[in-house]
Ligand binder design. Structure first.
Ligand code: FES
Length: 607
């Protein structure tokens, strides 16, 4: 049965290959509508029409092209079919579309037999399954259905979720008194046919991306994973823009809550479909996100969060029934939302700390840094965890950069100098360069600094073969059609200064300097790909020996999977959240001075 998000009336887009139908607006491109509703279409350039990664074909209905600048260049032919860029067309009425295989963000199915290290999860889930074979009622044994299940479970005080209780009589008789019961403690949260899988959904609700992971709760094995863009980006790339929208009124807050819900439901739908299961096989959900994501999802007020002293409505972990959050899984399921640390430092940092604990717990001084649109940093020194959040913005992920794009084929990921001092770029997939992704952005500034294209204050050089006129100003030419402008340099300087300032102030609070850091863990998908040398060269990271750094990938995602697989991990996360001492950077009188001092680029000798 098709999952239908579309309004009863109005234009819709149908994606049969995903079994999805979504509402569309006449003033939006197909790509925009798809993104707003969590359809996992790739769009590396963010819809500017330059990357060619959002290819679709109209199966029925009609579309019109937006603007004249792209023209026939937006059409491509494969195998006799006419494909077009989804960001360059908008629907004229109901349209059915096929997404080109290369434009569909892939579901990563785990190889169950050969799980990677991070998939050897503990197997201590909050929800367990019991198979029951009941004797049918008779006049001599006329117990109610619920009592009959309690007796078979040997749990006389078991309680039933109401929706589960409503389903029970029919399920018992359809299944001829043999069924599978899901228990969360003493609560029966689901009844289903024997043989149905017990799945759990772990969600890392990031500001930019939302990652979902499907676990088999019976074995603790990850069975699939998928990442999509956060549809809340419609209301701004950064948290403050979204909070400003949410505080305008209940309807606006509901828009953001709905966007988060849509993303989670889209992940649940696509992940379960990819493994031949159903959304209703999901019987437990754990979600982590920064404090703003947490509040917006839960419908908590955010007015107080967006202004000093940035007070959260709640810090503790919250358990809510899935239907109360609009999450379309088994109706009796609980959703556990990971506790926050304080300020904007949220549950995603708690899970990053949880996942990396074995790395930092045994050392005197460590740092865990999760770089993203908001960068969270914890300094662990002498057993005390000091944490801060820094609004580093999207520049380091390629956002708000003139030629910035997501990491995809054609994105410049490395910039180096050749023997003659010329800039050399490497692109993902060795495709012709169409833009810069996050690691390329960092490399570009570091290499331009080494090559003398920017000075210590970040000003572009006047005379250099790589400096070209661009829209009336100077810019560094990295590849044909890809430039790095003065505004781009400034954006990266501001981002890296925000991160370094947060680290410096945490070190100052602990009364130590950077040289004391024995282990420096860089988490996050952006952090996984950066060149540490480049990050040091521009002053974003301190000049420690490279061996002290470790890039640990999506630790937040790994931690939230742990919490789904293990009740002990859930308790440990709650303790970590309580133990962290949040530092509100704006309360430090030297914040501005430190920030300004960190904007410049370090002397080359120390880079
Ligand atoms: S997102 Fe459509 S061309 Fe890049």
């Amino acid at each position: 049965m098709s999952r239908d998000d579309a309004n009863a009336a109005g234009t819709s887009l149908h994606f049969p290959q995903l079994d999805r139908r979504i509402p569309a607006r006449a003033d939006e491109s197909v790509f925009q509508s798809a993104r707003r509703h969590g359809v996992r279409i790739v769009g590396a350039c963010g819809g500017r029409g330059t990357c060619g990664s959002c290819i679709v074909q109209v199966s029925s209905g009609a579309v019109e092209r937006i603007g004249a600048q792209v023209g026939d260049a937006s059409d491509e032919r494969y195998g006799g079919k006419r494909w077009m860029r989804a960001c360059q067309v908008r629907p004229r009425g109901d349209v059915s579309l096929e997404i080109a295989p290369r434009s569909l963000a892939p579901v990563a199915r785990a190889e169950i037999d050969t799980g990677a290290d991070d998939e050897r999860l503990p197997n201590d889930p909050a929800v367990t399954s019991r198979d029951l074979a009941l004797a049918p009622p008779t006049l001599a044994d006329p117990l109610s259905d619920a009592e009959r299940v309690r007796r078979a479970l040997a749990l006389p005080h078991a309680v039933f979720d109401l929706t589960t209780l409503r389903a029970l009589p029919r399920m018992l008789r359809e299944q001829q008194w043999a069924l599978r019961v899901r228990l969360r403690g003493d609560e029966v949260v689901d009844v289903t046919a024997r043989g149905r899988p017990a799945l759990g959904l772990a969600i890392d609700l990031g500001t930019t991306n939302v990652a979902g992971f499907l676990l088999d709760l019976d074995s603790g094995v990850r069975v699939a994973g998928l990442g999509i863009e956060n549809p809340q980006a419609t209301w701004g790339a950064d948290l403050i823009s979204r909070l400003n929208h949410a505080i305008q009124g209940d309807a606006q807050a509901a828009e953001l809550r709905d966007a988060a819900r849509i993303a989670i439901n889209a992940l649940a739908h696509d992940l379960t479909h990819a493994v031949g299961a159903r959304c209703t096989d999901i019987v437990d959900v754990v979600i982590c996100g920064n404090t703003a994501m947490h509040h917006l999802l839960l419908g908590l007020p955010v007015r107080q969060l967006g202004r000093s002293p940035f007070v959260a409505a709640a810090r503790e972990g919250i358990d809510a029934k899935a239907p109360d959050l609009g999450i379309a899984v088994a109706a009796g399921s609980w959703v556990h939302v990971v506790p926050n640390i304080g300020g904007f430092i949220g549950g995603d940092h708690v899970t990053a700390l949880l996942a990396t604990e074995s790395e930092w717990r045994s050392r005197r001084t460590s740092v865990v840094m999760d770089i993203g649109t908001n960068t969270e940093i914890s300094l662990i020194h002498d057993g005390v965890i000091r944490s801060a959040s820094s609004p580093s913005g999207p520049a380091l992920e390629g956002g708000h950069i003139g030629c910035g794009m997501r990491a995809a084929d054609g994105a410049i990921e490395r910039v180096t100098l050749d023997d003659q001092g010329r800039l050399v770029v490497r692109t993902i997939g060795d495709e012709p360069a169409v833009g810069l992704c996050g690691s390329g952005v960092l490399d570009a500034l570091a290499t331009m600094h080494r090559a003398g294209l920017v000075d210590a204050r970040g000003r572009l050089a006047h005379a250099h073969p790589a400096i070209v006129p661009h829209e009336g100003k100077r810019a560094a030419q990295l590849a044909p059609g890809v430039v790095f402008t003065q505004a781009d340099v400034r954006a990266v300087q501001l981002a890296k200064a925000a991160i370094r300032t947060a680290l410096d102030l945490l070190l100052d609070e602990a009364g130590i300097d950077a040289a004391s850091i024995e282990r420096f863990l860089i988490a996050g998908s952006f952090g996984a790909y950066i060149d540490i040398g480049s990050a040091i060269a521009i002053g974003m990271l301190p000049p420690l020996p490279i061996a002290r750094y470790a890039q640990v990938g999506n630790a937040a995602g790994q931690g939230v999977r742990l919490m789904l697989a293990s009740r002990a991990a859930r308790r440990q996360a709650a303790e970590l959240a309580q133990a962290c001492r949040p530092l509100e950077l704006s309360t430090r009188s030297d914040f501005q001075r430190s920030f300004v001092a960190n904007i410049g680029l370090p002397p080359l000798a120390s880079a």
